[in-house]
Design a protein around this ligand. Structure first.
Ligand code: 2P0
Length: 355
């Protein structure tokens, strides 16, 4: 058997505070607007991926949570792997040109790979796994192929797997710049601040339902682009202003502004979904009850002490500073006792301390 080369990498889930919703190019996954997210802890919601390359493997193969999947059935998987392979091919070419002896240039780009990917959270929990999945795949390919590209450059490869995945290539606070180029060259992720910048900020995930969503993000966002008039206004004026205001709030560790922009952007994203025709509704009664509870909590404190945000599903993510989070966990446990409500599982009270 020939020499096996192997790399293992983990990548966490990210939760957007300025939402990505809408593509200007579906094949290259180029968004209509920039977005910004917080990458959660590796410990709670992440994907761990091992990739092996060997001259003895007859074909590329992939196992997701122990079950083999057909790579060729997913254009996105094929695109990400092919793009990374081309970068490796270019590197091998450069090594030969630089005079490295042919026998020292490992032709990894010619070898097939075996990919083994596992989530450390139940897939049934209805929590996004494509972001951590593609980020882990591309980071592992980058490590296996010893690619010289920066993390931002590699985020373009994760993006062709799933848009939000490009943001999971970094920890901390991450912006996905929409870019303007037709080839997607400038549509990539950049780190706005690292994880140590704001250690008091914490996230809490409340699982309101673990059912699979009725309309996928990919299908839903395209219907929004085609039918919502509110959406055009969001893309043109609202998001560009919010991106700047959010970066300033993060730089200043200004929780009240961070929280207000986060809640307003979640609300507008869901308003735009409702303005889609036929309308899309991701939140449920429990989600709406949590919105009311957070506003009541903030009113009682006389300041914005907590923020909610919802993605393409009913589960809430709550942001708060450490001291307030302790009270919020108590409040949620009191209002939604596990045995009596849909609000089950998955309290993650301290992801930011360790992410
Ligand atoms: C986000 N979401 O910014 C937004 C908020 C859902 C709501 O990114 O088609 O799974 O793979 O690019 O990345 C979900 O969209 O869609 C998403 P594709 P993706 O996190």
């Amino acid at each position: 058997m020939g020499k096996v080369h192997e790399a293992t990498v983990s990548a966490p889930v990210n939760i957007a505070v300025i939402k990505y919703w809408g593509k200007r190019d579906s094949a290259l996954i180029l968004p209509t607007n920039s977005s910004l997210s917080v990458t959660l802890s590796q410990d709670h919601l992440s994907t761990r991926t091992t990739i092996r390359a060997s001259p003895d493997f007859p074909a590329d193969r992939l196992w997701l949570n122990g079950v083999e999947e057909d790579i060729s059935a997913s254009k996105r998987l094929v695109n990400s792997i092919t793009t990374a392979r081309k970068l490796r091919e270019a590197l091998e070419e450069k090594q030969r040109k630089d005079g490295i002896p042919a026998e020292s240039v490992v032709p990894l780009s010619k070898w097939s790979i075996h990919v083994c990917s596992e989530n450390n959270f139940p897939t049934a929990a209805g929590l996004a796994s494509s972001a951590s999945g593609y980020a882990a795949l591309v980071s592992a390919l980058g490590a296996l192929y010893d690619l010289p590209q920066s993390t931002s450059e590699l985020s373009r490869v994760a993006r062709v797997g799933s848009g939000s995945a490009c943001r999971s290539m970094f920890g901390g606070f991450v912006a996905w710049q929409a870019g303007v180029a037709d080839d997607g060259n400038d549509s990539l992720a950049v780190q706005v601040a690292n994880r140590q910048h704001w250690p008091e900020l914490q996230a809490l995930i409340l699982v309101a339902s673990d059912r699979k969503k009725a309309i996928s993000s990919t299908a839903g966002m395209q219907t929004t682009v085609e039918t919502s008039s509110l959406f055009a206004e969001r893309v043109r004026t609202v998001v560009p202003q919010r991106m700047e205001a959010m970066k300033t709030a993060i730089a200043n560790r200004d929780f009240e502004n961070f929280a207000e922009i986060t809640m307003r952007d979640s609300n507008q994203f869901h308003a735009v979904c409702l303005d889609t025709y036929p309308p899309i509704s991701y939140m449920n009664d429990t989600s709406r009850a949590i919105v009311g509870l957070i506003h009541a909590f903030n009113a009682a404190r006389g300041r914005i002490a907590a923020a909610y945000t919802y993605d393409a599903g009913p589960n809430a993510v709550i942001y708060a500073l450490k001291d307030d989070m302790r009270d919020l966990v108590e409040l949620f446990t009191f209002c939604f006792p596990r045995e009596e409500s849909m609000l089950a599982d998955a309290f993650y009270p301290d992801p930011f301390g360790v992410f």
